[in-house]
Design a binder for this molecule. Structure first.
Ligand SMILES: [Mn+2]
Length: 291
């Protein structure tokens, strides 16, 4: 794939493998922020996460693994048509479908959360028994926002409708409309309010052996830990709890078949702590989840 070789000459996530064919996973950016309801800017997230990743240690003392132990290729950002969410979604879906055909594990960086919808859809096609683990401040269960079905507040509803609400597990939720919480309850979808680690530890054994896609909105973290995001919401978890949650998944018997981290918006990230946090979270996911 020419695009991959071309992208490699640019800014890449630390220790990315130069060869697509030899890599187990593929990192890619989805620089889209045109349906956000509040502050835009997450289109620049993936590039900034790559840039600051150069400051990471390659070794994880949590997992006793080194980035040399895993092979992942950085394909760069998917070129997306500005202002056209439907076309952007179609491009992302086609891109991820190709990765899955090639046997790669997709590792996405957003971008707004709507970008996760076409990825999850493509992954569900390959893994019919798929479950979703979703960490976020927000339910993202709206059918539409101001009349728009393509909105960053709808991706979890879309995948829940697609694979069945009982296969979707949300954690850390502290914002949403009452109707969204009621819909989840009535349809058997799991929502853990406010907490992530403890409820996750209870759920993971029930998902043993199943293919799981993990989607993390950086705003699951408290704004004190991650101010650089579009829709900040106080009362969130610490970066330490999020790391421990990633490690809990790593130590469980679920089969992580893809994952993403979305909504990092560098323009609000004056100390760059959000991008730096995001890059370390991605390191831990790569080391913990790529077996
Ligand atoms: Mn979200």
């Amino acid at each position: 794939m020419e695009r991959f070789d071309e992208a490699y000459s640019g800014n890449v996530f630390i220790k990315s493998h130069p060869n697509y064919d030899e890599s187990q996973a593929v990192i890619y950016g989805m620089p889209m922020d045109w349906t956000v309801s509040y502050r835009p800017g997450s289109r620049f997230g993936p590039q900034r996460i790559r840039e600051v990743s150069i400051g990471l240690e390659e070794y994880s003392p949590y997992l006793d693994r080194d980035l040399d132990d895993v092979k992942y290729f950085d394909a760069g950002d998917i070129p997306l048509p500005f202002g056209n969410p439907q076309k952007s979604i179609d491009y992302i879906e086609g891109f991820v479908r190709q990765l899955l055909q090639d046997g790669k594990i997709p590792v996405g960086m957003g971008g707004e959360h709507l970008v996760s919808w076409p990825v999850m859809k493509a992954v569900a096609e390959k893994h019919p028994d798929l479950a979703i683990i979703h960490m976020d401040a927000h339910t993202d269960l709206r059918v539409s926002y101001e009349g728009e079905a393509l909105s960053h507040s709808t991706p979890i509803r879309k995948i829940a409708d697609h694979i069945g609400p009982k296969n979707v597990y949300s954690f850390g939720i502290r914002s949403g409309m009452k109707e969204e919480f009621v819909w989840a309850k009535e349809n058997g979808m799991h929502i853990s309010k406010f907490e992530v680690l403890e409820p996750l530890k209870e759920i993971l054994p029930t998902l043993a052996g199943r293919p799981v896609y993990v989607t993390i909105d950086i705003d699951v973290l408290d704004p004190a830990h991650a101010p650089g995001t579009g829709t900040v919401d106080c009362g969130g978890i610490t970066s330490r709890e999020l790391l421990a949650s990633i490690h809990a998944i790593a130590g469980s018997d679920v089969n992580v078949v893809g994952f993403d981290l979305v909504e990092v918006a560098p323009i609000y990230d004056s100390s760059e702590q959000t991008a730096n946090t995001a890059s370390k979270l991605i390191r831990e996911m790569l080391l913990g989840w790529l077996k």
